[in-house]
Ligand binder design. Structure first.
Ligand code: DQA
Length: 138
């Protein structure tokens, strides 16, 4: 099974970005832990700060993987285009968020990803990604 993780803006600076919200681990370190935990799964990982690159990555992944885990970060709340891209592809997308977006500012409560997602995992810290991988296994 192939699962591709796509991370949006500012998730490249996890570890130093608001650690009280997002934790102290870098995504690179966490990704190594995930690979160690799920040795039988082909996990890959892409991060971009650009909306268009995220859309292209979703389109490209569609032909190549069995499942996509997407944390569109702030674009979750603003991007009609990312929502459309998820709708347009066939591969199931699980939306994840590290923080509980519903317990934060009002604008984080709306997601353009959710209506088109296969499932949603929010607020378990970096463990949200692990839970998403597990749900693809089920
Ligand atoms: C986030 C939540 C978003 O509201 C925020 O803009 C992020 C990260 C999360 O994983 O908790 O960048 O997607």
């Amino acid at each position: 099974m192939k699962i591709h993780i796509i991370n949006g803006p500012n998730l490249n600076i996890l570890g130093k970005r608001e650690p009280e919200i997002y934790g102290k681990s870098t995504f690179k370190d966490y990704f190594s832990e995930l690979q160690f935990e799920f040795k039988d799964i082909e996990l890959s990982y892409f991060q971009s700060n650009s909306e268009g690159e995220i859309i292209s990555e979703l389109q490209e992944a569609d032909d190549n993987v069995d499942g996509i885990i997407l944390n569109a970060a702030a674009y979750t709340h603003t991007s009609v285009a990312i929502g459309d891209a998820i709708k347009a592809i066939e591969t199931p997308v699980i939306e994840v968020h590290i923080s509980n977006t519903h317990a934060r500012e009002e604008f984080r409560k709306h997601s353009y990803v959710s209506p088109n997602a296969f499932g949603i995992i929010i607020g378990f810290g970096l463990r949200s990604y692990e839970l998403a991988v597990r749900s693809f296994l089920d």
